[in-house]
Ligand binder design. Structure first.
Ligand code: NAP
Ligand code: MG
Length: 488
């Protein structure tokens, strides 16, 4: 039976108006906690819709860039107020649409509000330097100009924060935007764009076109009038974006996967390390790009750590994220659930030992959702698939090591380099970790997941295009530098 709680149809947002797709087709966005519940219908858009959105963004670009950046920032304050006013409803929509708990969804939406206010303020900051010229009486300085039209391609795991941390800097620095949100979370995206609409931004500054990545995402990659593409998602799709953008000379920025380690040294506060491993690894059902997935433990404390970890994992309450006692919700989709289950099978096949979990929930109240048990493997070696590939689910692998050198070697023995943490009280271990760990986010005595919006965010190796988002680093992607020489 299909439960029709909120079966509104959401439209594309083009040139300041809500419009249906020329395809006249919609797709359903379903609740992963109960696949029979349709959260909303969303436009299955076409290249024609995308062209209209890009056209609107292009036409408004000149008007928008001619506003002062503090004036553009004023609009962001208004969007922030609108998002804050609707925080409960938007968080609830997020929980229904992708499964994370309401507490986390609300925290993420509050983060969105803070990001908007931060970038509103960035509109007041300097954009260049005066550099001494070797010629007398000349003035040499740098200034920055917007790229033009920016395409935003976003994933489903942070459906409020990620679009906002891309759109807010894009527009404050004078670009106009076409957003293609993940299909999984297009209703939440529409709710966010409603806040931009309510703030009264000029039509065409922000546009949203929903639909399949293969059509709308690929259309953004190929569109000659899109001058910059900012992408967060999987490494497979990210590489496509990078290659396509490079081929036609567009600027691009990619934030992709992770296989983030935590190292537990023998001098660590083990209770703290256990808590951070669970929080970093299993909150949001392990579906954060910065989630902990490899737990590398020094052998002298291995058994004690393992016992403490197991006793805590057993307390985790899994269920619908809207229930106040739920700590962990479902996987965000059936395909995500199947991926997780296939990695669990691979763990078995490769000879790892299952310590906890490993199955889907079959009990009555969870069987219609994509729920999987928090899962822990041990006797894992670094070459196994479960120790190398991003699973993006609530699966932790324990790896026992002799010493910190070996721990660091294993921590670096993957293609990714997004986030990494160590638990230790030894300053030498800390310094060596800061120096030698190949990751863009280094966390000491803190969980691997956790970013602050005013600081640069991004990865090394295959996790990123080596650019950074958020904080003052954002200006580097969303503007071009001009070096100006003036001789009176
Ligand atoms: P994904 O499958 O790569 O999708 C990301 C976006 O790309 C979606 O909007 C998707 O649209 C679109 N897309 C799909 N195929 C495309 C194509 N051929 N051309 C252009 N765009 C296309 O990733 P996801 O499953 O949504 O998100 C999970 C991944 O994101 C994980 O790997 C995670 O690590 C990564 N992530 C990274 C960060 C970070 O900052 N490093 C943060 C969060 C998540 P559809 O929805 O239509 O498929
Ligand atoms: Mg869904």
């Amino acid at each position: 039976m299909t439960v029709k709680t909120e079966t509104k149809t959401y439209l594309n947002y083009i040139n300041g108006e809500w419009v249906p797709s020329s395809s006249q087709h919609v797709y359903e966005s379903i609740n992963p906690a109960n696949k029979n519940e349709i959260v909303g219908y969303v436009q299955k858009s076409t290249q024609e819709d995308l062209d209209r959105a890009v056209d609107a963004a292009k036409k408004t670009q000149l008007i928008w860039r001619n506003l002062s950046s503090p004036a553009r920032g004023e609009y962001l304050y208004k969007v922030a107020n609108s998002l804050e006013k609707n925080i409960d409803e938007i968080a609830e929509t997020m929980t229904k649409e992708m499964g994370k708990t309401f507490v986390e969804a609300k925290g993420e939406t509050a983060r969105g509000v803070a990001i908007l206010r931060y970038f509103a303020g960035e509109g007041m900051r300097k954009v260049g330097d005066v550099i001494p010229s070797t010629e007398s009486q000349a003035l040499m300085f740098t200034t920055r100009v917007p790229l033009g039209v920016v395409g935003v391609i976003s994933p489903w795991n942070f459906p409020v924060a990620i679009p906002i941390w891309k759109i807010a800097p894009a527009i404050v620095y004078g670009n106009t935007v076409v957003l293609k949100p993940a299909q999984e979370t297009s209703v939440t995206a529409a709710r966010v764009i409603e806040c931009f609409h309510e703030a009264g931004l000029p039509g065409g500054v922000v546009n949203m076109v929903t639909g399949p990545g293969s059509v709308i995402g690929q259309g953004i990659i190929d569109h000659p009038d899109i001058h910059g593409i900012t992408f967060t998602g999987s490494d497979q799709v990210g590489k496509r974006v990078g290659q396509g953008a490079l081929a036609r000379g567009a600027k691009y920025q990619l934030e992709m996967g992770g296989k983030n380690p935590v190292i537990v040294a023998e001098d660590a506060d083990l209770d703290l390390a256990v808590e951070a491993t669970i929080s970093g690894g299993l909150r949001s059902t392990g579906q954060k790009c910065t989630a902990t997935s490899r737990v590398i433990v020094q052998k002298t404390v291995y058994n004690e750590f393992k016992e403490k970890l197991l006793s805590k994992v057993k307390e985790i309450k899994v269920g619908n994220g809207l229930n106040s006692d739920t700590w962990m919700g479902p996987c965000s989709s059936e395909s995500q659930l199947n991926t997780v289950l296939s990695y669990i099978q691979k763990g078995w096949d490769e000879g790892a030992t299952l310590l906890h979990g490993g199955n889907r929930y079959e009990v009555e109240e969870l069987k219609n959702g994509f729920f999987v048990q928090p899962t822990i493997f041990e006797n894992v070696n670094s070459s196994m698939a479960i120790a190398q590939e991003e699973i993006f689910g609530p699966v932790l692998v324990l790896i026992k090591v002799e010493n910190i050198e070996e721990a660091l070697h294993i921590a670096n023995d993957v293609q990714f380099g997004l986030s990494a943490s160590i638990f230790t009280s030894n300053i030498g271990n800390m310094l060596s970790f800061i120096d030698n760990m190949e990751a863009g986010l280094i966390r000491i005595n803190a969980e691997s997941a956790g970013v602050e919006l005013q600081a640069p965010f991004g990865g090394m190796k295959q996790s990123s295009s080596h650019s950074r988002e958020q904080g003052q680093a954002a200006i580097e992607f969303f503007t071009s530098i001009k070096t100006v020489f003036v001789k009176p």
